[in-house]
Structures are given as structure tokens and as C-alpha cells.
Write a protein that binds this ligand. Structure first.
Ligand code: ZN
Length: 199
């Protein structure tokens, strides 16, 4: 039997598997999330996530990207976390828009599970990119939050609240392609920074 030494052949090095990011557009299907003036949070979350996917396809290749949903359909919260764990995702980012009974409240925030070290690092990367991308918008900071998708996921995980649907100007802004593009670009930048920080 020939072996590597006898033939001089070397085993072909397998290319290292790309890190995997799972992006989770919140809500969908019979769960529209927040609804103000006929604008559904589920639709905005999906538009931002799909924008991120198209930016990714256009050039950002150091990570493989998956979405928990790519159309308007319901996905249970526990199933979203299971998808991340079963996929063996290296990081998880849930995309949401916020709402408040006080219509004057606005701004963006990044959430991680309390005490989650990887989640905190990812949150700092995402938050820094959002602050740079959205200089005119209110920064509500990094907030430890016990959201189910953050507690049940086994990898660094964050939830981004992009802006408030309950705030009239923010709601109008969220619907523009410019806003969706800025938000998607910022998330992409944050992921890229996290990847560099983690190496
Ligand atoms: Zn939501």
C-alpha cells in the first residue's frame, strides 16, 4: 500500500471553515411585532436583514451568512435559538425595531444577555459601528437584557433595536432605503470588527 511518505504526496490541507453568522429578522407571519400607522416592525426587520444579505453577497466574504427567515413567516423564538445552536453559528444578531408608549422616545440600542462575555464584545462592536453610522440619532447604549434568543443561544449573541416605530420621525426614517442601508452597513461593520477582535 502506498503511503504519503512513499509517494511523496501530502494530504491536501482543507480550507478552514468560514465562521458563520446567523442574522435573525425579528417577528414575522402572524406576529407583526410593533405596528404604528400601518407600518409593521416585522417588515422593517426583514428589509434590513435582506439588505445586509445583499451587501454581504456583494463583497463581504470572511463569514458565511444565514438568515432565520427570508420572507414574512412566523418563526418561534425557541426555534430561532435552536437554529443558531444546530447550525453551530459563531455569532447571532437579532434585528428589531423598538416601541414605547411615550411617542417622544427615540434612538438605537444594542442588547446582550447579562453576564455573557462574548455577547458583550459583540455588542461593543455593533454599538460602535452604529454610533459611527448614525451620528444624528440618539444613542441609547448597550443594555443587558434577558431576551429569550439571547439567553438560549450558545454563541456570542446580540439584539439590535434599530430605532423607535412609535416615534413619528424615526418611523418615517426607518422606511427609507437610505436608513435600511445605513443600518445594514453598520451591522456588517460591527460583525467584521468582532471577527477581527476574536482572532
Ligand atoms: Zn421586536
Amino acid at each position: 500500500m502506498p503511503n504519503d511518505r512513499a509517494t511523496g504526496l501530502k494530504p491536501v490541507a482543507q480550507p478552514a471553515a468560514l465562521p458563520v453568522a446567523l442574522i435573525d429578522p425579528g417577528h414575522g407571519g402572524h406576529d407583526p411585532g410593533a405596528v404604528y400607522d400601518g407600518v409593521r416592525e416585522a417588515d422593517l426587520n426583514l428589509a434590513i436583514a435582506l439588505r445586509l444579505k445583499s451587501i454581504w453577497a456583494a463583497g463581504f466574504k470572511p463569514m458565511a451568512l444565514y438568515l432565520t427567515r427570508e420572507e414574512d413567516r412566523f418563526v418561534a423564538l425557541t426555534h430561532r435559538a435552536e437554529m443558531a445552536n444546530e447550525l453551530g453559528a459563531d455569532l447571532f444578531v437579532s434585528i428589531h425595531c423598538d416601541a414605547s408608549p411615550r411617542p417622544e422616545v427615540s434612538g438605537f440600542s444594542v442588547h446582550h444577555a447579562p453576564g455573557a462575555e462574548g455577547g458583550e464584545i459583540l455588542a461593543r462592536c455593533l454599538h460602535g459601528a452604529l454610533v459611527r453610522a448614525l451620528p444624528g440619532r440618539r444613542d441609547r447604549g448597550i443594555i443587558p437584557s434577558s431576551f429569550l434568543v439571547l439567553k438560549r443561544t450558545a454563541m456570542p449573541a446580540c439584539l439590535v433595536e434599530c430605532e423607535f416605530l412609535s416615534h413619528a420621525e424615526s418611523r418615517a426614517w426607518l422606511q427609507t432605503p437610505e436608513a435600511q442601508n445605513l443600518l445594514a452597513q453598520a451591522v456588517r461593520q460591527g460583525l467584521e470588527e468582532f471577527l477581527h477582535a476574536a482572532v
